[in-house]
Design a protein around this ligand. Structure first.
Ligand code: FES
Length: 294
């Protein structure tokens, strides 16, 4: 896989690994200390309630607002002074959005490892630096004598946030952080296929089976058989290696997302997307599965 030199340089930075080793457990510990409330806050910041990662939606606010500020600052520099209040308001709105983006991004970052964690940390550092420049700019914009410096700081912040956004795009489009890892429903069987002899699935057990090329989780609990996609929607963990919980729930072994066996819905994040649920029947001693017809 070809990588560009910027990403390669970031991935080689030892200090990012050291910083990640300190910061990541500290953030996770803070959420854990809050017990159920901590879990609820964490889920809310991931976007479990939204059915979509919250961070990329929020990042549109600072990027959009600061792009507006850059345009209005440019017009002011061309002598159109009436755009000054609009530019200042856009910088302030961007700062509010940046706070939300920082909290949601930091929460999503706790699920990353290795090279992704380094790139994610650099993404955060750049955005934090840009935010500091914009905050300073907002203060300096109040005085006529420092307005030129304020606009220069905003422009510098905009350049830095653009590099940060590039790294964010790399994490999503190349590293698949935040994408639905089960989004291959066209490969699930549309007609019933036999996947396992019925007597090989015992009560309170989980099995990973193949339906064609797709890994399926089979569970028997209280006599009922359930089938979900085995690949976790969050970052692709194998659910069959996780924990079978009471009340028809399964927990992913990688970051602890909990899914309902009844419908695949997310009970606890960090996952935000549900697991595809398959229809199950038994026929001629075999367990058969298929995608629901609707
Ligand atoms: S891969 Fe992260 S919770 Fe499953």
């Amino acid at each position: 896989m070809r990588k560009n030199s910027v990403i390669e340089t970031i991935e080689k930075q030892k200090w990012l690994e050291t910083a990640g080793n300190t910061l990541q457990p500290a953030v996770m510990k803070a959420f854990k200390a809050g017990d159920d409330t901590g879990q609820q806050i964490k889920d809310a910041l991931h976007g479990t309630w939204l059915g979509h990662p919250l961070h990329p939606a929020i990042t549109d606010v600072p990027i959009g607002a600061w792009t507006t500020a850059a345009v209005l600052d440019g017009l002011e520099l061309m002598g159109k002074k009436k755009y000054k209040p609009g530019a200042d308001a856009a910088v302030a709105i961007g700062l509010i959005g940046a706070a939300g983006a920082a909290f949601t991004g930091l929460t999503d970052w706790t699920g990353t490892t290795k090279a992704k964690r380094k790139v994610g940390l650099m993404h955060g550092i750049l955005n934090a630096g840009a935010t500091a420049l914009y905050a300073t700019s907002l203060v300096l914009r109040k005085r006529k004598s420092t307005r030129g410096t304020a606009i220069s700081l905003s422009m510098l912040g905009y350049s830095i946030v653009s590099v940060g956004a590039y790294l964010g795009g790399h994490l999503v489009f190349r590293n698949q952080v935040g994408v639905d890892h089960t989004a291959t429903s066209d490969t699930y069987p549309e007609d019933y296929v036999a996947v396992l002899p019925e007597n090989e699935l015992t009560e309170n057990s989980m099995r990973c089976v193949k339906a064609g090329e797709v890994a399926i989780l089979l569970v028997r609990q209280e006599g009922e058989i359930f089938a979900l996609a085995n690949t976790c929607s969050h970052l692709g963990g194998p659910l069959s290696d996780g924990d079978l919980l009471s009340e028809g729930r399964v927990r992913c072994p990688w970051h602890g997302s909990v899914f309902s066996l009844q419908n695949g819905e997310v009970v606890n994040g960090p996952a935000t997307e549900p697991q595809p649920k398959l229809e199950v029947r038994t026929k001629d001693g075999q367990i058969e599965v298929r995608l629901p017809k609707e």
